[in-house]
Write a protein that binds this ligand. Structure first.
Ligand code: FRU
Length: 483
């Protein structure tokens, strides 16, 4: 074990127990979402399934709820619902990653898992850390079980990146095509444009730069983080998290975005040709840096970070004072149907249901209500054909409203600065909601749109109220706690 790893481990062992007590006392801890045991969590990393076991690694600062030095935390699961917290998988303990083991991914080949991640290094001195003072090394490591690391080495040193880029190049993800391996990384060019760098290899350890996968797109900002590139139902999807996109009506309202381009790749020219504009994956307040993987049932599953960087002073998360911050979204299955990307909650989560309540609301009713018996529940509402307006009052001061072909999520005080997000929607067919103690995920029209957000309610007695000019078929289930 390296000396640095030993001393980092000692610090965690010394300080974590006190923090654990503080965190355990927080009623806003989530019941069925994945969250850090203490401290901070951001991007999902290295997600994969091997020999039946799902592995979810994540950007983790165990002792600092506001971020800081990044490790890879590790959770495993047999069913994607119940998870076990494992030992920290990766420490920032090498010269090439001493200021953070940043985001990366996993790729399985012949029974061996190849991880690629970004080793972040910051040099002392008078630097802007964009054009000087930073190293972002691409590191390769292998593991046969997802727990033990066999080998760890730099495969692309920060000095080897092409000209025309700042020092922000990171977050490798692998794709195999025509017998070769391709790596995509997100970058910021010297003239402040986002870019996807494409590398090629025939052995996973020697990589050659092949240019930018996508032509410059000015409207997509100055930096693209966390690219993911995969085939889905005969199309290609390039997923990424751009920074610096301007708001357009109800779109791109958050400080940073996450979304996708759908299209086709010319594999001779190594150019991805988008067929349409960039689409946001989630229209809520808390969603960033998603990553996908194929599971053993061949499902394309996506996890997102249920959070966002750099949101203050607009809003903040009150759990910081309670020793922790952020969580993962529920895992979602992606499909393309009739040319549109759909995101659906995994059916596995149905096993958490208990106490089913069914209710009917008719256009001519004035209001009906349900008492919330649990802090965690699922609500599925089928909306009749002639809907004009719908208002649903949820958890204390949160409302979902559909009127004038606009769907709006409204948060009151429990939003801690988060207020409203809207989507233009010509028809509202279905609303599917997952509420955890301090989070909500709203799937509209069978996964055509999703809004994810954190909220922090305080009142104990709560009612769910339905009103409006529409016929609603309502099912509600309390959801069991998994942790
Ligand atoms: C995205 C990101 C990545 C980086 C990681 C560091 O949230 O900024 O680009 O690798 O977080 O934690």
């Amino acid at each position: 074990m390296s000396n640095l790893k030993e001393s980092l481990q000692k610090d965690i062992e010394a300080e974590q127990p006190a923090l654990q007590n503080k965190v355990a006392a927080d009623p806003w801890r989530l019941h069925y979402h994945q969250q850090p045991p203490t401290g901070w969590l951001n991007d999902p990393n290295g997600v994969h399934q091997k020999d039946g076991l799902y592995h979810l690694y994540y950007q983790y600062s165990p002792l600092d709820a506001t971020g800081g030095l990044k490790y890879w935390g590790h959770k495993t699961s047999r069913d994607l619902v119940h998870f076990k917290e494992e030992d920290i998988f990766l420490y920032p303990d090498q010269d090439f990653d001493k200021d953070g083991v940043y985001s990366g991914s996993a790729f399985e080949k012949e029974g061996l898992i190849h991880f690629f991640y970004t080793g972040n290094v910051k040099h002392l001195g008078d630097h802007d850390y964009i054009t000087s003072g930073r190293e972002q090394n691409t590191v390769h490591m292998t593991s046969s079980d997802g727990f033990n690391i066999d080998r760890r080495e730099v495969v692309i040193d920060s000095m080897e990146y092409p000209d025309g880029f700042t020092q922000h190049i990171r977050d490798p993800k692998i794709l195999e095509k025509n017998g070769l391996f391709y790596m995509v990384m997100g970058g910021r060019t010297s003239d402040d444009r986002g870019a996807i760098l494409l590398y090629e290899s025939d052995n996973l350890s020697k990589w050659q730069y092949k240019g930018n996968l996508l032509e410059n797109r000015e409207e997509l900002g100055y930096m693209w983080e966390c690219p993911d590139f995969f085939e889905l139902n005969g199309q290609e999807i390039l997923l990424m998290s751009p920074q610096g996109v301007e708001q357009k009506g109800f779109e791109f309202e958050n400080v940073y975005q996450s979304g996708y381009l759908m299209g086709k790749t010319d594999w001779n020219a190594l150019q991805f040709k988008p067929a349409e504009d960039f689409v946001e994956l989630d229209r809520g307040f808390d969603f960033y840096a998603p990553q996908t993987f194929l599971d053993e049932q061949n499902r394309r599953i996506l996890w997102g970070w249920m959070g966002l960087p750099d949101t203050e002073p607009e809003y903040y998360n009150p759990t910081v004072e309670r020793g922790w911050q952020h969580a993962m979204t529920l895992p979602r299955e992606l499909t393309i149907e009739k040319g549109k990307l759909k995101q659906r909650p995994l059916p596995e989560y149905q096993k958490l249901r208990n106490e089913e309540t069914k209710l009917q609301y008719n256009t001519h009713d004035s209001e009906i209500s349900l008492t919330e018996t649990s802090l965690t529940y699922e609500l599925k509402i089928e909306v009749g054909q002639k809907e004009k307006s719908v208002t649903i009052q949820l958890s204390q001061d949160m409302t979902l409203q559909y009127d004038g072909q606009i769907f709006t999520l409204n948060l009151g005080k429990s939003g801690y600065g988060r207020k409203t997000r809207s989507i233009e929607l010509s028809r509202l067919e279905q609303i599917h909601v997952f509420v955890d103690t301090s989070s909500v995920e709203i799937f509209l029209n069978d996964g055509a749109y999703v809004l994810t957000t954190r909220m922090y309610p305080t009142s104990q007695t709560r009612q769910i109220r339905f009103s409006g000019e529409a016929d609603l078929n309502i099912s509600k289930w309390d959801l069991n706690k998994t942790q």
